[in-house]
Design a protein around this ligand. Sequence first.
Ligand SMILES: C[S@@+](CC[C@H](N)C(=O)[O-])C[C@H]1O[C@@H](n2cnc3c(N)ncnc32)[C@H](O)[C@@H]1O
Length: 781
Amino acid sequence: MASSSMDQIPSAAETLTSQLPSDNTPTDAVSSIGDIPVGEKRKRADEETNLEWSDPNLTPSPWFKTSLCSYFRREGNCSHGTTCRYAHGEAELRQKPDNTWDPTSERGKKAKMSETAEAEEEEVLFTEDMMDGEGGCGDDLSLSKCLLHLPRKWLSDDLKMFVRQLGVEFKFAKKRRGMTVGFLTFENAQQLHSGLQTLEGKAVCNKNLKIADVLPRTTDKNETKYLVKIKSAREAVTPLADLSYADQLEQKKASIMQWLKKLTRNARKACPNGKSLPEWVLQSRDIGGLSCNLEGIIESPVRNGYRNKCEFSAGYSVEGKVTVGFLLGNFSAGVTAVEEPVDCPNISKISCRYASIFQTFLENSRLPVWNKYKNCGFWRQLTVREGRKPGVFSNNEDAETSIAEVMLIVQVCTTGTDEAEVATEFEAMAKAFAEGARASNPTLPLTVLLVQDHQGISNVAAPDCPLRLLPIPMSDNGANQDQPTNVLAEARIHDHINNLRFSISPTAFFQVNTGAAEKLYSLAGDWADLGPDTLLFDVCCGTGTIGLTLAHRVGMVIGIEMNASAVSDAERNAKINGLSNCKFICSKAEDVMSSLLKEYLDVSQMEEAKPLSKANDDPDKQISSTEAMSNVDDQSLPTPNIQEELQNNEQKDSSSAEPERSTKLQFKNVVAIVDPPRPGLHPDVIKALRTHPRLKTLVYISCNPETLVANAIELCTPSFLEKAEQGNHGFRKQRRMGTAASARHRAKKMPASEPFRPVKAMAVDIFPHTDHCEMIMLLKR
Ligand SMILES: C[S@@+](CC[C@H](N)C(=O)[O-])C[C@H]1O[C@@H](n2cnc3c(N)ncnc32)[C@H](O)[C@@H]1O
């Protein structure tokens, strides 16, 4: 979750200033009690409070007095007096267990401000790399300086113009778009001296310029100088790892509550003049400003080593050593140091081991690792994807032993490299992985090895970026070492959710924590009001996980997904699990959502769905009693493996090969479960969902509460009475607005339609030890 977005959240007290609860429940009591139903909340809280306060032998909760009492703040007193568990004023306030302060307090605000400032000015590392060879400074860095706090959008020319306008003479200037740091090299000491005097502290776009030395990389750790308090990989990747798991959950729940309050505030603002506020906004007063009840947070069944996909960068450590691991900070602020994934509790031992094998190989490779500043080099990234055996794994040891398959994807940039040399290096690398896997104790699984040739500036490659399968050399005690074993292997691995087998291709999305995802999907199904007469739209379906795990509970599933390999995985997954009532559409949801709703819900062209009463009794029968809907064409299955997979599948349903019927079935109940990527749903998808009157239930799953809230503003705000505004003017302005503000702006253009209302929400901890969290919300109308 972007902290910048959290900054926009007004304090809990502000939220309630105009919404006095009828009882005198302090706002923050809600966030601290979480799961307790609202009616009981105060009573339970009172009991605990009195215990904590009146018995000197009891250790108070670590959260005691860590939040300000909003009632006290507003009214100047509180009926709980000295026994209140919330702080009556700044003086009483205690630090939270994670060493942070209530963000609405003076200390919280101050800490936030200095944190931001610190982050900006401190995160510069190895700036020598950026100058290298281009500043004409050779080994002498004394005539070069870093300029911090520059506007991200500036290029070298903007920097030169700015400096010249101030009358500063220099030899060389460099600035890359997207970074806040730039460089100046001067001709001589005198030029440097007068330049610095002019530039230091100069205002640039609301910031003051700061000047720092260009830091050389050094191989001696004791000699290494930083402008930063350097983070470890553990701090960078798993910032909550030092908190107890209970405190992590508490922190995430509190954060989701803030988002729920934000939704209420924005819906209130977006409500058209002259229209009464929706009932749910009025009722939010009774639940501390939340837009709906937050039913709690679901724990991850596995907390350590849960990630089934890890992306390790190839780069240089703080000491300048070739390293495979995690970047220690933000590249845009100049951080390029990479540290081994040591002590990152979310990474499995298997993934760490592969990172280490790759690092050892790179230390001896003749080809260089990628240089992010100069956009050159060869070795860029190692992705380790793990596939787990079927079954429920609930502790960390089990999780480790459950890994049955591993796919390695090595990202390189072959530009300008001799083909023969590349081939030799790939062969040596395959050998290194195979030998490393065999030499480990226990032996590591190694199923697929791929290389991805990517030329882009960042390591994020397009899903259609070329992939090449490398043979993995086998060993028969040294006699026949280079005999490849997997020449016929397919580039895919398998995982299991709710006893279904999922075939996953290299670029397809799959939730990184399989056990927690299983809980999330079941919850979505429980909330979605499913039945045999339900048509379920699985929007942004990936490999079909949500739709397929719920297919036995509905009449038909339609999955929509833009990644072509994920769609063919979904089709294949329907087949291998014997599910015939699923159809997958390969397209951007914004291009097809509206027409699909029309196509499947237009009553006049439809035949009524047969009552599936038997299916109700027997979910497996339900599938076969529904018409065959899968659009998988057996002829198109390319390899022997899938045929084998299908033959082995005991559940295989003979009706799955039936052609799709010309008339569409009419379903009484229509439900959409949406699970978009971080930027949320496209406005056209929201409009299509909102304006189709037959869609009554919508379950929104999101890894980014900020965009969930923005989309919910559009889905849940009453329409304006006037004719919707036409045209796209103001789009530029919208792009400069925050996500919530632009959602309010778009809500005004929503064609007249019944709004949804948030019914309930829940957090699901898919990412323990990090500050990310999955959120699920039920919307109905
Ligand atoms: C968060 S993932 C969810 C995938 C799936 N529901 C699951 O849980 O495995 C989001 C998916 O949306 C897909 N996607 C992104 N933008 C899309 C769009 N405009 N239309 C359709 N699918 C999209 C991505 O390829 C990705 O598979």
